[in-house]
Design a protein. Structure first.
Length: 162
């Protein structure tokens, strides 16, 4: 037997260890890519903004992260931290908000898939996504604390030493 003697099946199947799952036949017309759905860039941005608006309107934690991120950036500007430090604070806050958006999207897809049924894998997916947000939020607090607390303490000491 040669290496090329094994041929893949002639039908559309996805190989899984010791199991073949039949897939629907491929369409003859080309797939419409995501960039072709929105006729212009402005509409793409509107869709993105709709997702942010949805998260802000429906997700309490996203609103909390937005307020805390805004306060952290305003505090950084007010304390006169360097632009690099302010960028680091803003980026870590943005990371938390991005993960919260992804968590919301994942929860929506899982809810769509399992509907009203309980499934242990759905719980694991949701818990892991929420855990990712938590890890990023803790890291963001640590980073903001390391950057903002020293100048805040210095300002406080100068105000009370008068």
């Amino acid at each position: 037997m040669t290496l090329n003697s094994h041929r893949p099946p002639q039908c559309d199947v996805t190989p899984v260890p010791s199991l073949y799952i039949a897939m629907p036949p491929r369409s003859s017309k080309p797939r419409q890519f995501a960039w072709q759905i929105a006729p212009n860039l402005w509409l793409s941005f509107r869709y993105a903004w709709a997702g942010i608006h949805y998260a802000f309107k429906t997700q309490r934690n996203f609103r909390i992260h937005t307020v805390i991120a805004s306060l952290a950036v305003i505090l950084g500007v007010g304390l006169g931290v360097s632009s690099i430090e302010l960028a680091i604070v803003a980026l870590t806050c943005a990371l938390v908000m991005v993960l919260e958006l992804l968590n919301t999207a994942l929860e929506s897809v899982v809810d769509l898939t399992v509907q009203q049924n309980y499934h242990e894998l759905a719980k694991i997916a949701k818990d892991c996504a929420a855990g990712a947000v938590l890890v990023a939020a803790i890291a963001s607090i640590l980073v903001a604390g390391l950057i903002l607390v020293p100048p805040l303490l210095a300002l406080t000491l100068t105000l009370f030493s008068r």
